[in-house]
Ligand binder design. Structure first.
Ligand code: HEC
Length: 446
């Protein structure tokens, strides 16, 4: 069992001290010095500047040396503790290949640490790579949408705490349509600076009233797309799509923060559809699975593990894992329990991730490693909630906490994205993977 009370920071620090790369980078720092222009800028361009540049949501720009230098200490801290860039997948368990993974390698972390420890030197200006040309935020990355949905304007005060909540809007859709590409974005530059994250859902038309009345039996929502990390446009693979049913409403779960000036924040959703009447070969589902809310029983001062399960009736390819908890949530795992006889291993932990309520991160598996599972596979979701004082996110460790919709109540489930497969498609994909694996092994042996 995974022990959650070990302070991650201490473990990481110990690990880093033991990693030869650190020693190498530090030795390097003596001879060929680690410099901003040569070594650090490429890392920041790939993993930081998408958020840390003018007009984006992060609090400061990390583009020029003048901008970066005052933050060197803080950068070292955040990077060594793997808090920045925000990416919370456990690197020691399960699948490690994801789309749009911004996380730093151990070597890159060691490089940043060595650079700061050595006084954060600028280096030779001639080594500076050309600046990155980020896509124009006013253009849709998915092409011209067939439908644009605008959520209500949020009048964000100049100062105040971060705000979390949900807002609803009508969707004028008279017939079912399949989405081919989708994108959420803040509608303009001031909105971009206050929107920390925003998740869009297609929901039952009465959800808002039912939630307000405290009715828990709201029919399941369908998660559509998130805006958080610069990756905000999604085009589905060839002939696949997400079903958007007529009569649904849209919900936006938002996290906004004040920036010292009043902003009318507007978030919009762009949808590109398959042609009317076309049913794509593969339908992508995205639902809350393994909902354990009713089981949650988190006494004051305790760390609690909760297990929940969901059965997949058909064979499937899992495309995405996104833990969902609230402020006490700290860690979640997805384990697959295969039907027997079937796979060679009967259970497999495919992903674990630390959890921080400030960041709702979706982990999209790389196509060649996305789990493919036979019909009857059980998804086992294991959630940890930490109601001790040691949990920085804990609003009040004296409170018993359980299921509920408020931010200070708890939840524990995963959003899972998947495509159904026929048994034949599953067998074919399994055989193709085995063949690829065999080829890779025999290559290694040669
Ligand atoms: C997905 C967007 C995103 C990415 C990518 C990202 N950051 Fe951040 N960063 C933020 C936001 C938002 C904050 C402020 C909220 C917080 O502290 O979590 C922040 C805070 C920070 C802070 C603390 C600032 C303070 O006020 O003390 C540092 C340092 C930092 N980031 C460095 C980095 C570095 C270095 C990278 C790349 C290796 C990086 N960040 C990647 C969004 C991002």
């Amino acid at each position: 069992m995974i022990q959650r009370s070990v302070p991650v920071v201490a473990v990481l620090a110990a690990l880093l001290a033991a990693v030869p790369a650190v020693a190498a980078a530090q030795a390097d720092a003596g001879g060929a010095e680690v410099t901003f222009t040569k070594d650090i800028v490429p890392i920041f361009q790939r993993s930081c500047q998408v958020c840390h540049r003018q007009g984006e949501m992060a609090p400061m720009s990390l583009v020029t040396y003048q901008e970066v230098r005052p933050w060197a200490r803080s950068i070292r801290n955040r990077v060594v503790n793997r808090e920045m860039p925000p990416w919370h997948i456990d690197k020691n368990i399960g699948i490690q290949k994801f789309k749009d993974d911004p996380s730093l390698s151990d070597e890159e972390i060691a490089m940043v640490a060595a650079w700061v420890d050595n006084g954060a030197p600028r280096g030779n200006p001639a080594d500076m790579p050309p600046p990155v040309d980020f896509p124009d935020a006013s253009e849709w990355q998915i092409g011209e949408p067939d439908l644009v949905v605008q959520y209500p304007t949020y009048e964000m005060p100049a100062e105040g705490p971060d705000l979390f909540g949900a807002m609803y809007t009508e969707l004028d859709l008279e017939e079912d349509r399949y989405i081919r590409a989708i994108q959420t974005r803040p509608a303009d530059d001031p909105s971009r600076r206050v929107v920390h994250h925003a998740l869009s859902f297609a929901v039952h038309p009465d959800e808002e009233q039912m939630r307000a009345a405290g009715d828990d039996d709201v029919p399941a929502a369908m998660f559509l797309v998130e805006y958080a990390s610069g990756k905000n446009g999604e085009v589905y693979p060839e002939d696949s799509g997400l079903l958007l049913e007529a009569g649904r409403k849209m919900r936006l779960d938002y996290h906004l923060h004040s920036i010292g000036e009043e902003v009318d924040a507007v978030v919009e959703l762009g949808l590109v559809f398959h042609p009317r009447g076309h049913v794509p070969e593969h339908i992508r589902w995205s639902k809350q699975l393994g909902i354990n809310n009713r089981l949650l029983d988190i006494p004051p001062g305790k760390v609690v593990r909760t297990d929940s399960y969901a059965v997949l009736a058909k064979a499937a390819r899992l495309t995405a894992f996104q833990p969902h908890m609230h402020m006490l949530g700290t860690y979640q795992c997805l384990e697959l329990i295969y039907p027997w006889p079937g796979w060679t291993a009967q259970t497999e932990t495919v992903s674990c991730a630390n959890f921080d309520y400030n960041w709702h991160l979706v982990y999209n598996y790389e196509d060649d490693v996305a789990p493919i599972v036979p019909a009857g596979t059980i998804l086992h979701i294991i959630s940890w909630h930490d109601n001790t004082e040691g949990n920085r996110g804990n609003p009040d460790p004296r409170n018993w906490t359980g299921d509920g919709g408020r931010t200070i109540d708890e939840m524990g489930f995963a959003w899972i994205g998947w495509y159904d497969l026929t048994d034949e498609e599953y067998e074919a994909e399994l055989a193709a993977r085995k063949a690829r694996q065999d080829a890779a092994t025999s290559n290694q042996q040669q």
